[in-house]
Design a protein around this ligand. Sequence first.
Ligand SMILES: C[C@@H](N)C(=O)N[C@H](C)C(=O)O
Ligand SMILES: [Zn+2]
Length: 202
Amino acid sequence: QSRMEHYLDSLGLVNVGRMDPTLKIDLMYTRADNFTGKVLYEDLQEAYLHPEAAKALLQAQKRLKELYPGYSLIIYDAARPMSVQQKMWNVVKGTSQNIYVSNPARGGGLHNYGLAVDVSIADEKGNPLPMGTKVDHLGKEAHIDTEAAMVQQGVITAQERRNRLLLRRVMTDVGYKPLRSEWWHFNFRSREEAKRNYKVIR
Ligand SMILES: C[C@@H](N)C(=O)N[C@H](C)C(=O)O
Ligand SMILES: [Zn+2]
């Protein structure tokens, strides 16, 4: 176990991949092919969440498998230290992409409490279902409120939209809330609740 993983343990967060080995874990910030172009997680290979958010995620996996036994949720990010949030913010600060990253000076986002997850669906072979954009595509093609129009305009396909709807169905059924601007991001609590009742990950 790394120092970071030990620290997350000490905050009471839990390793969701250990709780349910059927979950696929593929943390995008352990590689450089994310929107920052840099490896941001040198010391974190596992997906950690607050126990309440973890319990709901396991229920979503169960729900998905009831509907499609060969499918699995695939986790791209979960608990994220505020120090990493700051590195992300530094990349978008002063650009039009700043709407896609929570500002640490304003308390950061729900990932910084272990209360948000970036997630998609993988098929029987482990390949992610097409969702119209890659995960962490910071642009309007990833927004969820204009999907019907995007299908009409040929920006995403009807199947990609159905895949997003399936993901949203299993996640919202267990209490997660989608984010308007990112099809892969789901919050388990509001920012106000997080600031009031949960510990921030430094
Ligand atoms: C950068 C993107 N993956 C992300 O996590 N955005 C949310 C809104 C955040 O920064 O909290
Ligand atoms: Zn996210």
